[in-house]
Design a protein around this ligand. Sequence first.
Ligand SMILES: [Zn+2]
Length: 202
Amino acid sequence: MEHKDFELQVPEEYTLAYHIDAANKKTGILMTLGAFVIMVAAIALVYAGIPKPWSFTLFAGDTGRFFLFWVVWLVLTVVYLVLHELTHGAVYKAMTHQKLRFGITWSAAFCGVPDIYTYRRVAILSLIAPLTVFTIIFVALGLWLRTFSTAWYLVVGMLFAVHISGCVGDMFMTFKFLTKYKDPRTLMRDTGPEQWVYVPEE
Ligand SMILES: [Zn+2]
């Protein structure tokens, strides 16, 4: 069965059903708050997973090592952010072969495919790709590191916390598609910070 992955224009019988802008003040603040709540929960989970016996003396008396820990985490966080957006882009590119748009706003990094309207299936695949790939990578890596290095377990654990909370926007849009816009003919335009959802009229 042949199916299209995208349209170049919104077909006439479609109407705009939803619009979200991550760079909008209110939306950005709500997303950041949501991300914060998820991050606190993730950090609690990571701490609960620290191999016993655990003490807060891991870096005690070793400021250099403590500093190094956060430098390594920060560098890896930046690398992760780039890889996260490239993963969205890889799905869009593979399924549409269209021009991508990468960037950053005050509230989020983004990857969009601004010139087209992708079908729901493509939209969902692109939305969940980084969430799925990096959750598997960080959980597997964390469980392995935990067996021999608490410090590296914590680095990856903190990366996981950044990852899972940073996916709040992706999770929100996926939730919208799964609960509200279930028609496979649903189209999404994704410029990066903004998404528009179009549905066929009944
Ligand atoms: Zn994302």
